[in-house]
Design a protein around this ligand. Structure first.
Ligand code: CUA
Length: 333
């Protein structure tokens, strides 16, 4: 390994009892795992020890004094202390695991969002600049990365043991998983949900590299047009631009600056236009009808792929308020 050739080594070959630790939270996940194993081990030993001990001590022919039956005793202090103590203790374990879980899976800001779409039987990966790959996932180390997952067909589950990450990819919705990679190298990626007869072949590699190398990799592999450009082409080829325009009598709302905006709905409620909303608006438009418009938009479910939806959303995100007017004006010319 020299200084200018990064160490892309397959650190993940052969049998290992515990996978390589390649993310910032891997050690904490392992501590939790060891603690749970240790606790379970201690409890099993205590319980089995008591069962065997009492069986021996009070077996049928034993002449040991048996004392009064439990029912005759009046104090339950031991039982109460034991039950409450254990309960509190395990709530503590729950809180420990819960905060770790939220850290990994609750929506929060990230430096970089990479879209991952599961499909029988492959993983498609979309980087923010439009670079795509299949069954490999390149990512920079030291940055907080969000994987935004969805599926084209059935439920898959993205599992990267070295990152201590596992999250379902569910059709029709976006789920997120977060990690900060800490160690460059090549690691394994699996589908961890039985999803059909080629499930076991739905695996690939995660390649973690220093940020500069990641940028260089993007430059080498990047697509000509960014996802927003591709989304713009889809926006007209699917006919979206026919209704979503700024004309006063337009049948559908104009979409300039839509991303992150508060949208008033026909039922009087409001919501913020995020990825999940825009996704629903395309595949299940009747779910949230915008105030002041008729529910005339057809569903594009089954006609448009998840990758195209990612590109459309990238296009919608790129539309700042005001851009729209200019673009519609140029198109009309
Ligand atoms: Cu996809 Cu198993």
């Amino acid at each position: 390994m020299t200084e200018n050739s990064p160490a892309i080594v397959d650190a993940d070959v052969g049998f290992r009892l515990i996978p390589e630790q390649a993310s910032a939270h891997a050690a904490e996940v392992d501590h939790l795992y060891y603690a749970l194993m240790g606790l379970s081990g201690v409890l099993v030993l205590v319980l089995v020890g008591l069962i065997v001990g009492f069986t021996w001590r009070y077996h049928h022919h034993s002449r040991r004094p048996r004392g009064p039956a439990v029912a005759e005793r009046t104090s339950h202090r031991i039982e109460i202390v034991f039950a409450c103590g254990l309960l509190l203790f395990f709530f503590g374990v729950f809180a420990w695991a819960g905060q770790l879980y939220l850290q990994l899976y609750r929506d929060s800001p990230a430096d970089l969002t990479i879209n991952v779409v599961g499909k029988q039987w492959m993983w498609k990966v979309y980087h923010p600049d439009g670079t795509r790959e299949i069954n490999t996932l390149h990512a920079p180390i030291g940055e907080r990365i969000r994987l935004r997952l969805t599926s084209e067909d059935v439920i898959h589950s993205l599992s990267v043991p070295a990152l201590r990450l596992k999250r379902d990819a569910v059709p029709g919705m976006y789920t997120s998983a977060y990690f900060t990679a800490s160690k460059a190298g090549e690691y394994r990626l699996f589908c961890a949900e039985f999803c059909g007869d080629a499930h076991s072949r739905m695996r690939g590699r995660v390649i973690l590299m220093p940020p500069d190398d990641y940028q260089a990799w993007l430059r080498r592999n990047g697509s000509e047009a960014g996802p927003a450009e591709e989304g713009k082409a889809l926006f007209s080829s699917y006919g979206c631009s026919g209704c979503h325009r700024t004309a006063p009598q337009a049948p559908a709302p104009a979409l300039d600056g839509i991303y992150g905006r508060v949208v008033p709905l026909a039922d009087g409620s409001t919501l913020v236009a995020d990825e999940a909303y825009l996704h629903d608006a395309i595949v299940a438009p009747q779910k949230h009808v915008v105030a002041g418009f008729q529910p005339i938009m057809p569903s594009y479910a089954g006609q448009i792929s998840e990758s195209e939806i990612i590109q459309l959303i990238a296009y919608l995100r790129s539309l700042k308020a005001g851009d729209w007017r200019r673009e519609s004006a140029t198109e009309a010319e």
